[in-house]
Design a protein around this ligand. Structure first.
Ligand SMILES: Nc1ncnc2c1ncn2[C@@H]1O[C@H](COP(=O)(O)OP(=O)(O)OP(=O)(O)O)[C@@H](O)[C@H]1O
Ligand SMILES: [Mg+2]
Length: 479
């Protein structure tokens, strides 16, 4: 084939004819001598052999030592060396399992998956996914730099083709996940042309998480809520922000609210935090009434509660003006979190227009001014469209539980969230409490699962922490 005069010429397209053009130019065909091609193959092989010890030092050393022992001492010695090595590994595994996992098992797994999953399928998957670039009839693919394995995922560090952007990869996360047989794929940008593709190997959040231990000291900027996909505790900031939880019916909004309340219990007990609850459905929060400083369950009373929060906030702001810029929770000025379950009931669905308008005004005032005076809103919502809650952008932090439509993901988590792998619309209905969140300081959405605080837990919480002094002021329709 290499000797053929026409080798390579079929790849060259003649310049497209233009009707009015008299002179036609075509790309000249310069044939590469076969010896050049052979020399290049040999050079690549030599390069590979030279680089091998640097890329896979342990594997190369193992093979080299085995060959040397067999050559100088014979196969009996080789068998003895291998038996001793295996016994050593066995002792290591039993004695220091974590270290063994980190240093041996996960590295071996990474090498295996690099070769048999990623390198093997890299070209076909990327070409079919549309991530191969061509320039002057040559194909360029992003290059795998490194594959590492954690307990639950593979991280493939990739060098992008010059001239492409990480968004090209972000738009094809679904193709990549299916292509490499992973449940999902998430993209992290490390730097110019340097991205990491994370492919989970299995779902670490498949099992429900029992209610977490009540913390001894409460950090209102990092309340333990459940688990992140990587096994870390999912912590939610409430002080200094407002949080909107969105999910279809049955998605687990209740578990987010109750996990937050549970994480604040010691502060509720000592009076440095208060929960004001609006519970239009009377099903979600009524169970733990004894824990709330105020409680409302009808449209009118809910508006009364929200307006009372606004008055309290404005009174604090007047007191702080010119004296302090940051709120520190105390018994006199506790941190107040206004929990509103199904917030659309008061802002969109309530039949009385006046109630809707006042509720919206109160929520807008709380969310735009409450942050620095220690008042936060934690709201739950089923439908994130603007017609239902046009205040959604006033909530700096959002939690996307299972959603109905793909288009809702960016509505909740912000532009580009779905492209980065936050497929909240694909969350399995059998996994309530699973959500995507954006953690502070990172644009990459993280998959989390809220702990499930069951009715018995709520009863126990109310019995232990719902001191008589905290019995709620039940708003009786007084605005
Ligand atoms: N974190 C969780 N882990 C396991 N199961 C959960 C979790 N959260 C909720 N569930 C289950 O899902 C059911 C529905 O949850 P929940 O009532 O919180 O949904 P919701 O989003 O508040 O729905 P709705 O909008 O109808 O009130 C619960 O009864 C419970 O059985
Ligand atoms: Mg609910």
């Amino acid at each position: 084939m290499l000797r053929s005069n026409r080798a390579g010429s079929t790849q060259v397209q003649p310049t497209a004819p233009v009707p009015a053009q008299t002179v036609r130019f075509s790309t000249p065909v310069v044939e590469t001598p076969g010896i050049f091609i052979l020399a290049r193959w040999v050079a690549r092989l030599v390069g590979l052999l030279v680089l091998l010890p640097f890329r896979f030092p342990v594997a190369v050393a193992t093979v080299a030592v085995s060959v040397a022992v067999w050559h100088w001492l014979g196969w009996v010695a080789l068998a003895v060396v291998w038996t001793v090595a295996d016994l050593g590994l066995l002792v290591w595994w039993r004695r220091w399992p974590d270290l063994f996992r980190r240093c041996v098992a996960l590295r071996a797994l990474a090498a295996w998956r690099w070769v048999w999953v990623y390198r093997r399928h890299w070209q076909p998957v990327l070409v079919v996914a549309g991530l191969a670039e061509s320039y002057q009839e040559r194909q360029y693919l992003p290059r795998i730099r490194r594959v590492t394995c954690s307990e639950w995922s593979d991280r493939v560090r990739v060098r992008l083709v010059a001239g492409t952007a990480p968004t090209d990869v972000e738009q094809r996360v679904s193709e990549l996940a299916h292509g490499f047989g992973a449940p999902s794929c998430r993209v992290t940008v490390n730097g110019p042309r340097d991205v990491v593709l994370e492919f989970p190997r299995f779902d670490t959040l498949a099992q429900p998480i029992d209610a977490l231990e009540v913390p001894e000291a409460v950090d209102l900027r990092a309340l333990p809520m459940g688990l992140c996909e990587d096994g870390e505790v999912w912590r939610l900031r409430l002080h200094g922000t407002h949080v909107l939880t969105v999910g279809v019916t049955g998605a687990g909004k209740g578990s987010v609210i109750w996990s937050a309340v549970r994480a604040m219990l010691p502060a509720i007990e000592d009076g440095t935090a208060q929960v004001w609850a609006v519970d239009p459905k009377r099903m979600e929060l009524s169970y733990g009434r004894a824990l709330f400083a105020r409680y409302a369950d009808t449209g009118e009373t809910a508006v009364g509660l929200l307006e009372a929060a606004v008055s309290m906030m404005q009174e604090r702001a007047a007191r702080y003006a010119g004296k302090q810029r940051v709120h520190t929770p105390t018994v006199e000025d506790p941190f107040v979190v206004v929990v509103v379950d199904e917030v659309a009931f008061v802002t969109a669905y309530h039949p009385d227009r006046d109630v809707r308008r006042r509720a919206e005004n109160a929520l807008a005032t709380l969310t735009s001014q409450g942050r620095s005076v220690g008042v936060s809103v934690l709201a739950a919502l089923q439908d994130p469209r603007k017609e239902v809650l046009n205040l959604r952008n006033l909530f700096p932090d959002k939690i996307a539980l299972r959603l109905d439509e793909a288009s809702q993901v960016d509505m909740v988590l912000g532009d580009g969230a779905r492209e980065r792998g936050a497929n909240a619309h694909l969350i399995d209905p059998d996994l309530p409490g699973v959500a995507f969140v954006r953690l502070e300081g990172s644009p990459v959405p993280v998959r989390v699962r809220a702990a499930f605080v069951c009715d018995a837990d709520i009863d126990a919480m109310a019995a232990e922490y719902g001191a008589p002094s905290l019995r709620p002021v039940v708003d009786e329709g007084v605005a």
